[in-house]
Design a binder for this molecule. Structure first.
Ligand code: FAD
Length: 417
């Protein structure tokens, strides 16, 4: 550990998945200086993934799942400022001004400000009964609305829209999903997997309408109705939209940090300003897996970058190379993705989709770039290892009788490079 870095105060803006991990990892790595987390949300920091899944079920847990136990902050001597925003950053004086007027001096500053939901760009988007989902208070409002709802319209067949749709359907509600693109989760999934999800959600009774966007939302006294780009109207007493997110970069921008769809960081997650780093949903980093600057929205990325940033603060300069992975739970379907696929990847089916348990391996120039698994956790775990090692696998090997990702990973790990 670099001796100056061992004591200078660290200030973390954002008490989400990434920010809390930075603080936890700093202590785990032996950092002895002061750590302050500034979080604009009230209460104990919580996990977001359950908010669109278990937390909306009829028998939902009463409390959100905390990111760390109640004693964590006191035990680790970490100051958590709740319900407090970082309002300005002076990177020359190395000082953060808070919404309550107080200031905090820092040796290192970490932006872990996350993302914010993209607004729905249509008339009627702010009518009562139209919801978005990002925070615990959003989920609480939805939980209440679901208890009264019969007809639900979801705008956007991305992960959050479909998780919500599957949950609402499991409660017996009538659910229509409008998606202006030709397939669901199109930005993240191979077309083979998107198509499988389309068929599955339709079979489960979700009215998934592709190539159909929203034109306007109306309120006519009897309730809401969603008018689509085809001119059709869908009655709703609850509308949920999930049309993507944008990184929260306003503060970084006003502090003069370079932005490029997120706060620009180098391979060590440092910005170009001395002592300032960025992690998680708000950070745009050079991704060795794709060769392109990337911003990822996942728990894996937030936690692994949190760990990495802590080591960077303590003087390490290794590049961030962790393998990306992601999951989504849509009713009884557990989707897990290792790696990042791209259009043009060669898909190879592993297993039998009709049994609801299979994987799709995506090859790029012979290398396994990504694996999408449905209810096949053993495939996923093995895929993370294989993708992480960047192993070359031929389509012939993948389709050979008896091929198994687990056995392949085991053998590859046992063979010295
Ligand atoms: C409903 C939902 C379901 C999800 N499901 C999954 C899933 O199944 N799998 C998966 O991998 N990922 C999932 N994600 C994504 C995952 O939760 C995020 O990628 C992760 O939380 C990012 O962590 P973060 O710390 O970068 O941002 P966040 O967790 O969003 O934390 C950022 C925090 O910073 C605060 N903040 C911002 N600006 C300021 C400021 N100026 N001052 C003080 N505080 C500030 C914010 O209010 C927020 O609390 C889901 C996200 C949502 C919303």
């Amino acid at each position: 550990m670099d001796s100056t870095a061992a004591h200078e105060p660290v200030v973390i803006i954002g008490g989400g998945q990434a920010g809390i991990q930075v603080a936890d990892s700093l202590r785990a790595e032996g950092f002895a200086g002061s750590i302050t987390i500034v979080n604009d949300e009230p209460g104990n920091p919580y996990q977001r993934p359950p908010l669109s899944k278990d937390y909306l079920a009829v028998d939902a847990p009463a409390e959100p799942l905390p990111l760390r136990g109640a004693e964590f902050f006191a035990d680790k001597d970490i100051v958590l400022l709740q319900d407090t925003s970082a309002a300005a950053v002076d990177t020359v004086a190395r000082r953060v001004t808070l919404s309550d007027g107080n200031t905090l001096a820092y040796g290192h500053l970490v932006f872990a400000t996350g993302a914010t939901n993209r607004a729905l760009p249509c008339p009627g988007a702010s009518l009562p009964g139209v919801h978005a989902l990002r925070s615990l208070s959003d989920a609480e409002a939805l939980q209440e609305a679901l208890a009264e709802a019969r007809n639900v319209v979801v705008i956007g067949a991305g992960f959050i829209g479909l998780e919500f749709a599957a949950g609402a359907r499991a409660r017996g509600l009538r659910v229509t999903v409008l998606e202006f693109a030709p397939r669901p989760m199109g930005r993240a999934l191979s077309s083979t997997m998107s198509d499988w999800f389309t068929a599955r959600h339709l079979a489960d009774g979700i009215d998934l309408r592709l190539n159909e966007g929203v034109a306007a939302i109306h309120e006519d006294g009897a309730g809401l109705s969603v008018e689509s780009t085809t001119g059709a109207r869908y009655a709703a007493d609850l509308v949920l939209y999930g049309v993507g997110v944008t990184p929260r970069t306003e503060l970084a921008e006003s502090a003069g940090l370079p932005l490029e769809n997120g706060i620009v960081v180098d391979q060590s997650l440092r910005t170009s300003v001395e002592g300032v780093l960025a992690v998680g949903d708000c950070a745009s980093f050079p991704n060795i897996h794709t060769g392109a600057r990337t911003r990822l929205e996942s728990v894996q990325n937030a936690t692994d970058q949190g760990r990495h940033a802590a080591r960077s603060i303590l003087g390490a300069s290794a590049p961030y190379t962790d393998t990306p992975w992601f999951w989504s739970t849509q009713g009884p379907i557990r989707l897990q993705i290792a790696g990042i696929s791209a259009p043009g990847d060669h898909p190879v089916l592993l297993g039998d989709p009709s049994g609801g348990k299979f994987s799709i391996a995506l090859l790029r120039a012979g290398v396994l770039a990504a694996v999408e698994s449905v209810n096949a956790p053993a495939d996923h775990i093995s895929a993370r290892k294989i993708v992480g090692l960047g192993l070359v696998v031929s389509p012939e090997a993948l389709t050979a009788p008896g091929f198994n990702l687990k056995a392949f990973a085991k053998e590859a790990l046992a063979t010295p490079a």
